[in-house]
Design a protein around this ligand. Structure first.
Ligand code: NAP
Length: 329
């Protein structure tokens, strides 16, 4: 297998550390640069990764990333990724952005949700691996999906693509606190969350725009924070069009994911966060009431793996012509 030199920009964060943990075991990738902000004097070690990856995290240098890496994962705040991404692609580096920066194709939506993002000559490829494998092969800039959109889209796309739904789509989503990054805020710190559950950004979360872009229809998306460190569970309420059978729903999922190693669909067992944490799986289950045509979908994933680092590495595998599961199974 070819050796791919990779960089992680944002290496001290939750997603960045998860990436290094996975990449350190990847048989065809070597982490040659790990970088974060210059907020501390000198280099930093990552104690959680001792004996997994023994390198040091240096202050961000675009020049060094460009000189030493074939591929860079950006696990950075949106505004920083907006600057670093184009500076790297211009110099021939293939970039996998985990921030939201380049996900929205519509300029006015991008200005609303990600105002620091510059216009690009060549739009980024949206990195929902299961749906963009062809585009990923030649992509220079991959906008990896958000954690919530990954679960919602994997559950809904087979049904919308097959034209099986009508009416409203309601996505009731719950996430562990690591989804908000390592820096605590009033909403995310322990004493606010422990023993509580709260809805937030109701009718105003940027992941709603991302889901709508990929489904090409409106959705009602309501996220909640739950007192877990990691994991996402989304319960999705839709109505099927008249005249369907349960077999047609099962067939839509089978056709979409028969050859998708990381999507597990089970019409009998509803997924749980416990089944997917620390894995790159997205599990999907469903229940359908034929009389009322109500269909309830449940999707689960680990926000830091399939919702972030794992999916990004899956995209690197496809982009570099490797088996999609390399380093992930
Ligand atoms: N957490 C998730 O579940 C998840 C899932 C999907 C996508 N994402 C996206 O991935 C990105 C990273 O998320 P995260 O949760 O890992 O965030 P995080 O834990 O807050 O980590 C942010 C990283 O960016 C670095 N950084 C901050 N400002 C910087 C600057 N000016 N220059 C260089 N490095 C800088 C931080 O370094 P310091 O240690 O030096 O501050 C840290 O390494 C975000 O855009 C997020 O939206 C996160």
């Amino acid at each position: 297998m070819p050796e791919i030199s990779i960089g992680v920009a944002g290496a001290t964060g939750y997603a960045g550390q998860e990436l290094i943990r996975l990449a350190a075991r990847h048989p065809a990738a070597t982490v040659t640069c790990a970088m974060a902000s210059a907020s501390t004097d000198g280099n930093r070690r990552l104690p959680a990764l001792t004996r997994i990856w023994n390198g040091e995290v240096e202050p961000l240098s675009v020049d060094r990333l460009a000189a030493e890496c074939q591929a860079v994962f950006m696990t950075l705040p949106d505004a920083v990724a907006a600057e670093v991404g184009p500076a790297l692609t211009e110099r021939g580096v293939r970039v996998f952005d985990l921030a939201g920066t380049f996900r929205l194709r519509d300029r006015s939506l991008r200005l609303r949700w990600y105002p620091a993002t510059p216009d690009l000559d060549e739009p980024a490829v949206y990195g929902l691996t299961e749906y963009y494998r062809d585009e990923l092969q030649t992509a220079r800039l991959v906008a990896c999906p958000g954690c919530y959109p990954t679960g919602a889209l994997l559950a809904l796309r087979p049904l919308t693509d097959a034209g099986l739904l009508e009416g409203d789509i309601i996505i009731d989503a719950k996430s562990g606190i690591s989804g908000a990054g390592k820096k605590p805020s009033e909403r995310t710190h322990f004493s606010e969350n422990h023993g509580s559950v709260a809805a937030y950004s109701v009718l105003g979360h940027r992941h709603g725009a991302e889901i709508e872009q990929e489904l090409d229809r409106p959705v009602t998306f309501t996220p909640h924070l739950v007192p877990l460190d990691r994991g996402i569970l989304e319960t999705i309420y839709v109505r099927t069009r008249p005249g369907l059978s349960a077999a047609a729903i099962a067939e839509a999922f089978d056709a979409a994911y028969r050859d998708a190693p990381f999507v597990r669909v089970d019409g009998d067992v509803l997924p749980e966060i416990k089944h997917v944490v620390h894995t790159n799986f997205c599990d999907i289950g469903w229940r359908w009431d034929q009389a009322s045509r109500r269909l309830v979908l449940v999707a689960c994933l680990d926000n830091l793996v399939k919702g972030a680092a794992g999916q990004a590495l899956q995209n690197l595998n496809v982009a570099f012509g490797l088996d999609e599961t390399t380093g992930l199974s």
